[in-house]
Design a protein around this ligand. Structure first.
Ligand code: PNS
Length: 183
């Protein structure tokens, strides 16, 4: 029996996959999803289990946050995936991988990733959307750094993410080291 994502992906017109770490989701990501919905019928936000990256939030925590952010929008499906992105995309009927571009500094990484994905599956294209000017300086990495040092991130991430960041950084230093965030 196909999974919920596979079934949804097969019946609903134009679908884009928006993959990433979303550690945590920012208004920059949300802006990309909202603008993509002007072009696509559905957007699948796909959170990667990425063994190479040290993350602050577990995939389950990220799924919960992203689901809450989009809970009122039935055209956004939130899921996670392990392994290759192209294999995950093949389980849906999406033909497009969506990525946001903030600055030319993002370009090289994105160009390599898009080229590799296209070489793995020639039927897939990556579509880049420029991040809105209000968020071009916002990244999950800088949000974590600022929040960890007690800086204000309100207005750059949803309030529920602000609360989660505050909870995380209230952890004792020993625990932060244990989860790999604070070395
Ligand atoms: O938000 P990020 O960390 O820039 O997202 C990167 C992500 C998750 C899209 C990328 O690492 C990915 O697709 N990972 C899955 C593994 C994979 O398919 N790797 C080959 C692409 S080069």
């Amino acid at each position: 029996m196909p999974s919920k994502i596979e079934r949804k992906g097969k019946d609903v017109g134009k679908v884009a996959i928006y993959p990433g770490s979303f550690d945590p989701i920012t208004y920059g990501h949300i802006d990309i999803v909202e603008r993509a919905l002007e072009i696509f019928d559905k957007v699948i936000v796909a959170i990667a289990y990425n063994s190479e990256k040290r993350s602050l939030f577990t995939v389950e925590e990220r799924l919960e946050m992203v689901r809450k952010v989009f809970e009122h929008n039935p055209n956004v499906i939130v899921d996670s995936f392990k392994g290759l992105l192209v294999d995950y995309v093949a389980k849906t009927n999406a033909k497009v991988i969506l990525r946001g571009l903030r600055a030319t500094s993002d370009f090289e990484y994105e160009f390599h990733m898009a080229s590799m994905n296209r070489s793995l599956n020639t039927h897939l294209d990556t579509l880049f959307m420029m991040t809105s000017k209000d968020y071009f300086f916002v990244s999950s990495r800088t949000i974590k750094e600022v929040a960890s040092l007690g800086g204000a991130v309100e207005g750059l991430v949803p309030d529920l993410v602000v609360r989660k960041l505050k909870e995380k950084f209230k952890l004792p230093v020993a625990k932060r080291r244990q989860i790999g965030w604070d070395d």
